[in-house]
Design a protein around this ligand. Sequence first.
Ligand code: BG6
Length: 505
Amino acid sequence: MAFDKNFLWGGATAANQYEGGYLDGGKGLSTSDVLTAGAHDKRRRVTWKNPTTGETGSTSFDFLKSQRVVPEGTVPAVLSDEYYPSHVATDFYHHYKEDIGLMAEMGFKAFRLSINWARIFPNGDDAEPNEEGLAFYDHVFDECQKHGIEPLVTLSHYETPLALAINYNGWASRRLIDFFVKYATTVMTRYKGKVKYWLTFNEINVMEMAPFMGGGVIASSPEIKAQAAHNQFVASAKVVKAAHEIDPAMKVGQMLAYGPLYAYTADPADQLLVMKQMQSSMFYADVQTGGHYPQYRIKKYEREDIKLDDTPEDYELLEKYSADFLSFSCYGSNVVTTHKDVGEAAGNFMTGVKNPYLKTNAWGWTIDPDVLRLALNTLYDRYHKPLWIVENGIGWDDQISADGKIHDSYRIEYLQQNLNSMRDAVTIDGVDLMGYTMWGCIDLVSAGTGEMKKRYGFVYVDRDDNGNGTLDRTPKDSFYWYKKVIASNGEDLTDSLNAESVAAK
Ligand code: BG6
């Protein structure tokens, strides 16, 4: 048997892309609620208002580029004449019973979701939590428990309460550490016995490229980003400590955006570039999972005259309360080179050049059959801690066929290759892997583009890029395929569909 009998098969989501109900039950605004829709060739925008003059507008949300996400003197705000995909998303808020039922039908052992921080503390720094928000997740976790599904809860998935972004410049302020620890201990105490697995910050290394998304940072600079990352590390360590005190059975993981990076040529200059670019991601895992700041980052801060507002206790906490396990997202690989004119490739946060050996989806994301084996080995060799693939999958503009079904053979093919590669890492290389949760298991809004048509799910949701649709759910072919994979505990990855799916088709 390739996988342990307790292997956690399932799917993953995030509140800002899936939940909707953006003002229901006393929820406050979060940073994602002021992001408009975009497209593959059109950036999402952050909408804003000048509180003094009343002037409104929007700014293109350019990863890596801008120092400020909104102009000086303005604050991010919801405008009445704009469309915001997070506000309804695919409405898990009102469909959670149906959706968890569909997950149970596929045989899910685990369901990754995030708690929307602003549903619990609407402004982030409120004295008391919002009971209606707490009750909502009680219902969700009870539903999971009913079906024997283990929740995996991300505490912050691109959902910093907007008031914290406006009043404190988000995670740039050390004040956020206490607010976050209060929020985390509130939900961990409330859901003790219902939730065992937690993740602190989704793709914590996104701070490097998109600090507003990762940490509600409106005005950034290299020093501010370094501080914001440090504050999140300290907060994570404090949450690990608190979780173990609340319930020794709880496990708190790190969540890293990871994609193997290949050099385009054998030129040593390309290998050095790979090394440097990997360091900018691995730094986040070296601290949060490894427990200490690596020398290459200490030296970089010295060179760039970056000074942190830190204390000696911070470093003791980081070492003593590093993450219990390392989880990561991995969709494909990327290629970089120092050589010019070899064609650009696409991705949300990673950029590079086109890999001549690999195909891509319509958004330019590579389909790499060996990616998970490479990722798992690299991360396991470096940290020797249990791993969990919490995001993997492929975005596709699924079409409904004349028979009313969605025949997503491309998704099945992608998953076959990826799960094969994951299985090799476990059976051939002996990597300790806790689980696999496919990203966007029920269609949801794309984080990078804000589109609905970039779909990942096993279940199709009737909703388009302008907010039209019934929100009805329809299982795709991959739904039945994944059900078979889980039933065989990953032994049967063939594309023959089982009798039930044939009958349903
Ligand atoms: C990860 C994020 O970066 O990639 C998710 O954690 C996101 O929130 C996923 O949805 C896929 O990216 P996209 O842009 O296709 O939604």
